[in-house]
Design a protein around this ligand. Structure first.
Ligand code: AMP
Ligand code: GLY
Length: 427
């Protein structure tokens, strides 16, 4: 089988790395990819939002399966575009059509979906920009802190949590006046859930599903979960507080009603459902759905999958996922993200990365890098993901951190406390 992965980050590198180990794989292409994926497949320099280019690449390279990494092509309808084009109709797309991608593309859609299908989530109301008064009024029905979300995609920045009602009102005003363009002309205000977060990943063919390893990511830039939000500074899998009893609740109260809800609503969904969960007093609540894998969660989820990933995607595409047997390693995987100094605010690019070698027990996934001649230079905020696996979380983290101290570039930064909050739970 020939595979095409769309995307260019650590997530896509991790998927490429795993697919490259499959005996079912003939040729692997990544668009646009990065210097890491170039070592295991062929990078194609195309714009993944230009669906005509993606289709032409599928024709030229006889692609059987496309795995869509980021959400934007899905929300913009790449799957639908393939379905309605006889030249590429037979290509299997792992990723939902536009209506399924609304689970991530519209917070209001996702909340209404959960309400309709009795899936536990925070109480909420949706408002449009001429409802400033009504939105303010709703704040009085809630206890602080207040959670305000732009309805549409806002590059991970569309959620604001305010402790004071005056700040919440100011934020509503800002959103309505177009802080995120059209994405914040509609907002969701919801109750704050006080608990501990984790990410659960499901692959579905629209009928059956496979629950992939769960993970915890570390979103803030600073140690002790301080400072600005980032794309993610590290991740751990498994999550020790996601014990079998809790995961049973997740499956019965959330995963199964989600898949059945999609069927009832007539949404034909092939792809990943990433469920952002809050565990509150032992019970799971959905914070958000995403229609793709997480980054950096993928960099710990994928290494723990022992079975064949190409076979899993193939069976999902054939709607035969019920035939798939997922084997998961009991080892702990950790990843530490090295970022450019200044990220997530302004930072410099183009710094030469030294010390990149083949480490026998640490996989280095590229996130924001570029090759210039023989050198690899920094080309983004998140630069590298350093993933290790071991019998214990401490041993795994020690391996990731050892490499984080060897690999070097000017201004490098990484969090030193990944996994610390999980140490008092038993793995
Ligand atoms: P989202 O983009 O919806 O995942 O929100 C970003 C982050 O905001 C989440 O990962 C949570 O940490 C936080 N968050 C979102 N909604 C809530 C909520 N209702 N209660 C508490 N925290 C929340
Ligand atoms: N790490 C969170 C995300 O990918 O959205």
């Amino acid at each position: 089988m020939n595979f095409l992965i769309l995307g260019s980050g650590g997530r896509e590198h991790a998927i490429a790395w795993k697919l490259s180990q499959s005996h079912l794989l003939k040729k692997l292409y990544i668009a646009p990819g990065n210097p890491g994926t170039a070592n295991i497949g062929t990078n194609l320099d195309i714009d993944i939002l230009n669906f005509e280019s993606v289709k032409q690449a599928c024709i030229d390279h006889k692609i059987d399966i496309v795995f869509v990494g980021p959400e934007e092509p899905l929300v913009k309808g790449i799957h639908d575009s393939f379905n309605t084009d006889s030249r590429v109709k037979q290509v299997k797309i792992i990723g939902p059509t536009k209506n399924g991608a609304m689970l991530e593309g519209s917070k209001d859609f996702a909340k209404a979906f959960m309400t309709r299908h009795s899936i536990p989530t925070a109480r909420y109301k949706t408002f449009i920009s001429n409802q400033f008064q009504e939105a303010n009024q709703f704040l009085f029905e809630l206890k602080p802190p207040y959670v305000i979300k732009a309805d549409g995609l806002a590059a991970g920045k569309g959620v604001v949590i305010c402790n004071e009602i005056e700040d919440a009102k100011r934020c509503i005003q800002e959103f309505f006046s177009g802080k995120f363009g059209g994405a914040s002309k509609k907002i969701v205000i919801e109750e704050f859930l006080n608990g501990i977060e984790l990410s659960v990943f499901v692959l579905t063919d629209g009928k059956s599903y496979v629950i992939l390893p769960e993970a915890k990511d570390y979103k803030r830039i600073g140690d002790g979960d301080t400072g600005l939000n980032t794309g993610g500074m590290g991740a751990i899998s498994p999550v020790p507080f996601a014990n079998p009893n809790f995961m049973r609740k997740v499956e019965n109260q959330i995963i199964s009603p989600t898949i059945n809800g999609l069927i009832k609503d007539g949404i034909d969904y092939t792809g990943i459902i990433f469920i952002g969960l809050m565990k509150v007093e032992g019970n799971p609540y959905v914070i958000e759905y995403n229609v793709r894998m997480g980054d950096p969660e993928t960099e710990v989820v994928i290494p723990r999958i022992e079975s064949d990933l190409a076979e899993m995607f193939f069976l999902a595409g054939e709607r035969k996922l019920s035939d798939y047997k997922l084997n998961i390693s009991t080892k702990v995987a950790s990843t530490v993200i090295m970022v450019s100094g200044g990220y997530p605010e302004e930072y410099k690019k183009g710094k030469v990365i030294n010390g990149l070698a083949d480490f026998s027990d640490v996989a280095i996934f590229h996130s924001g890098t570029k090759r210039v001649g023989d050198a690899i230079i920094t080309a983004g905020g998140r630069v590298l993901a350093l993933t290790a696996m071991s019998d214990t979380m401490d041993e795994s983290l020690a391996k990731s951190y050892k490499v984080a101290n060897i690999v070097n570039f000017e201004g490098k930064y990484f969090r030193k406390d990944i996994g610390n909050d999980l140490k008092h739970f038993k793995h």
